[in-house]
Design a binder for this molecule. Structure first.
Ligand code: PEP
Ligand code: MN
Length: 375
C-alpha cells in the first residue's frame, strides 16, 4: 500500500508523526518514505511493505495529513501503474520536466573525445534551442583494447563547456559506483554549470549493486536502459531496484534487443514497447534509435533508418530520444558509423516535431471519440 500525503504535510508536520505512530502500532509493517519533487508541488509518499492486507484503507484515508491510500499489486510496487492509481509519474530536474506527457531530445556524442568536437556539438545544440545532450566519459566496450572513455579527467572541461552553451542535462553512462562520486566532485569543483542524468547501460541493467547505489542517492536522475538479452519484466524489475532504494527520478530506455532476427539492424528495434511500458509503469520512456539501428542505412524514400525508427517511437508516445551525433563521424572514437552529422541536426529536430505533432493529433482524435461515446 502507498499512502500519499497532502502536499503541505512534511516530515516536520505533527500529522506526519501521527501517521508514523499509527503505522508503528501495526504488526509486520515496514515503511519507506519517498519524496517526489515536481515543478508545482512536492509530494511525500509512504510505502508500506509487509502484511498490508490487514490494514484498513478507509481508516488510513481518514487520518489527518493523508490525501489518498492506494493498494498496489506485487509487481513494480514503486514504478508500477496500479489499479485506481491516479498518480502521474515524472519529475523535474535542473529546470527540465520529464514525464509521460513530455518529449526531450538528447542528441550528442556517444563518447567524449576532443574539446573541439564537444564544443562544436554543444554549440550546434544551443543554436537549435536544445538544453539536453548525451556524452559518455565511461564507455563499456566489448573489446578490452578499445577506447574506454576519458573517465573523470574530462569531466571538468565538459561540464564547463556544457554550462557555456546552456545545457541543463547531460545523459552520461556510469559503469561503477565510484563514477557517481567523480561526477559529483567535478560538478562541485566547476560550480554546477550543468546537470547529469546517470545512464545505466544495457550491459549493467542487472548489476544490482550499481542499481542500488544510484537508487540510494537523490542528487541525479537515472536513465535505465533495457537489458538487451532479458525479458521486459526483468528490466522493469531493474528499474524497481532503483526506485525501491528511494530514487524515483527514473526514465526507462528502449534500445533494441540482441537477436539475429533484428538483422539488418544492429539490434531488433523494440519501440512498439513504448506504450506497453507506459501502461505498466509511470516512468517516462526513452528510445535510443542509434544503438538499436547501428548504421546510417537509408530506405528508398531517402530517409535514414535512424530517422524512421525515431518517428516510430515518437508517434507511439516516447518521452525522450537519445541519439548519437558527431561533428566528424569518421573521427569518432566510438560508434561513428551510426552517428548523424551536425548538418543533419535541424532536419532531425524537424522530423521529431512532425512525429510528435502526429502523436498529439492521434491523442486528440481518441479524446474526441471518447467524448462522443465512440470509445
Ligand atoms: C550508449 O548509449 O552509449 C550505450 C552504450 O548504450 P547501450 O548501453 O544501450 O548499449
Ligand atoms: Mn555508443
Amino acid at each position: 500500500m502507498i499512502i500519499i500525503l497532502h502536499p503541505d504535510t512534511t516530515d516536520a508536520s505533527p500529522e506526519y508523526q501521527q501517521i508514523l505512530a499509527y503505522l508503528a502500532n501495526k504488526p509486520n509493517i515496514k515503511t519507506r518514505v519517498h519524496r517526489i519533487v515536481g515543478a508545482l508541488r512536492t509530494v511525500t509518499e509512504i510505502y508500506l511493505i509487509g502484511d498490508t492486507h490487514s490494514l484498513d484503507q478507509a481508516e488510513i484515508e481518514g487520518l489527518p495529513g493523508v490525501e489518498r491510500a492506494v493498494r498496489v499489486s506485487e509487481d513494480y510496487r514503486v514504478v508500477g501503474r496500479h489499479k485506481d492509481d491516479a498518480r502521474g509519474g515524472g519529475f523535474d530536474y535542473n529546470g527540465v520536466h520529464f514525464g509521460q506527457d513530455s518529449l526531450n531530445v538528447f542528441a550528442g556524442l556517444c563518447a567524449i573525445d576532443t574539446p573541439e568536437h564537444v564544443e562544436a556539438m554543444l554549440k550546434a545544440l544551443r543554436d537549435h534551442g536544445q538544453v539536453c545532450t548525451r556524452m559518455g566519459a565511461y564507455k563499456p566496450r566489448t573489446n578490452p583494447y578499445a577506447f574506454q572513455g576519458h573517465g573523470k579527467d574530462c569531466l571538468p572541461w565538459v561540464f564547463e563547456l556544457a554550462g557555456k552553451y546552456g545545457i541543463k542535462v547531460i545523459s552520461m553512462e556510469i559503469t561503477h559506483d565510484s563514477h557517481l562520486e567523480e561526477i559529483h566532485e567535478a560538478l562541485e569543483q566547476t560550480g554546477r554549470p550543468t546537470g547529469v542524468m546517470l545512464q545505466i547501460g544495457t550491459r549493467n541493467t542487472q548489476n544490482f549493486e550499481l542499481l542500488k547505489c544510484v537508487g540510494r542517492q537523490r542528487e541525479f536522475p537515472v536513465l535505465l536502459k533495457r537489458g538487451f538479452g532479458i525479458t521486459l519484466e526483468e528490466s522493469l524489475n531493474a528499474a524497481e531496484y532503483v526506485a525501491s532504494e528511494g530514487n524515483g527520478m527514473i526514465v526507462f530506455g528502449l534500445r533494441g534487443m540482441k537477436t539475429n532476427m533484428g538483422d539488418p539492424h544492429r539490434n531488433f528495434v523494440d519501440f512498439a514497447h513504448v506504450p506497453a511500458v507506459k501502461r505498466l509503469t509511470r516512468m517516462p520512456v526513452c528510445i535510443d534509435p542509434s544503438h538499436s539501428v547501428g548504421s546510417r542505412e537509408r530506405s528508398p524514400d531517402g530517409l535514414l533508418d535512424v530517422f524512421h525508427v525515431t518517428a516510430q517511437g515518437i508517434i507511439a508516445g516516447a518521452n525522450m530520444v537519445l541519439v548519437d551525433f558527431h561533428p566528424a563521424p569518421q573521427k569518432a572514437l566510438v560508434d561513428g558509423p551510426q552517428a548523424l552529422t551536425l548538418e543533419e541536426l535541424p532536419w532531425f529536430l524537424e522530423d521529431v516535431a512532425i512525429a510528435r505533432e502526429a502523436y498529439q493529433k492521434r491523442c486528440e482524435l481518441r479524446e474526441s471519440k471518447q467524448k462522443n461515446g465512440q470509445d
